[in-house]
Design a binder for this molecule. Structure first.
Ligand code: HEC
Length: 145
C-alpha cells in the first residue's frame, strides 16, 4: 500500500513537471536544427504577409478603409520583440482575437490545427534568429530564457 501511494505521488509529480515544461517553453532560437525547420514553416505560412525578409507590408501601422491592419514586420523595426515568448506563440496559435477579443477584425489567421506547437515554436525561432544580436539579448533579458 505504501509503495502504491508512493508510485501515485510520483506520477502526479512527473505530470506536473511535464505540464510546467510545456508552458515554460521558450523560443529555441539558438538551436540550428529548429531554426532551419522554422525557416521552412515561415516561408510556407508567414512570408506571404510578413515578408520574405520579415519586412512586413507597406504602411503596416495604418488600417485600410475596411479597418484591417497590414501585416507588421517581424524584424527589429517592428514590435514582435517587445512581446514575451508565450504571447507570440499564443498569438500565432489562436490568432489576434485571443488578445483583442473575438470580434476583432484581422487578416492574421489562427494556426491551431494547421501547424503543431513545435512548428510554431520553430517559426518563432527562425524569426528571433534573424534579429540583431543586441535585440536578441534585450528580448532575452526582459522576458527570460
Ligand atoms: C494573411 C496574412 C498573414 C499571415 C499569413 C500571417 N500573419 Fe501574422 N499578422 C498579420 C497581421 C495583419 C497582423 C497584425 C494583427 C492585426 O490585424 O492587428 C499579424 C500579427 C502577427 C503577430 C503579432 C504582432 C507582433 O509583431 O508581435 C505575430 C507574432 C504573427 N503575426 C506571427 C505570424 C506567424 C508566425 C505566421 C506564420 C505561421 C503569420 N503571422 C502569418 C497577418 C498575417
Amino acid at each position: 500500500m505504501k509503495t502504491l501511494r508512493f508510485v501515485c505521488a510520483c506520477s502526479v509529480g512527473t505530470l506536473f513537471l511535464l505540464a510546467q515544461k510545456v508552458t515554460a517553453e521558450q523560443i529555441p532560437y539558438t538551436d540550428k536544427t529548429r531554426v532551419t525547420a522554422g525557416q521552412a514553416v515561415y516561408e510556407q505560412n508567414c512570408a506571404a504577409c510578413h515578408g520574405k525578409n520579415l519586412e512586413g507590408q507597406f504602411n503596416w501601422q495604418k488600417r485600410n478603409s475596411d479597418g484591417y491592419l497590414p501585416a507588421p514586420p517581424h524584424d527589429e523595426t517592428g514590435h514582435t520583440w517587445h512581446h514575451p515568448d508565450l504571447m507570440l506563440f499564443e498569438f500565432t496559435k489562436y490568432g489576434p482575437q485571443k488578445f483583442a477579443g473575438s470580434d476583432y477584425k484581422s487578416i492574421m489567421p489562427a494556426y491551431d490545427g494547421k501547424l503543431n506547437d513545435e512548428e510554431i515554436w520553430n517559426a518563432l525561432a527562425y524569426i528571433k534568429s534573424k534579429w540583431p544580436e543586441e535585440i536578441q539579448k534585450k528580448h532575452t533579458e526582459v522576458f527570460g530564457q
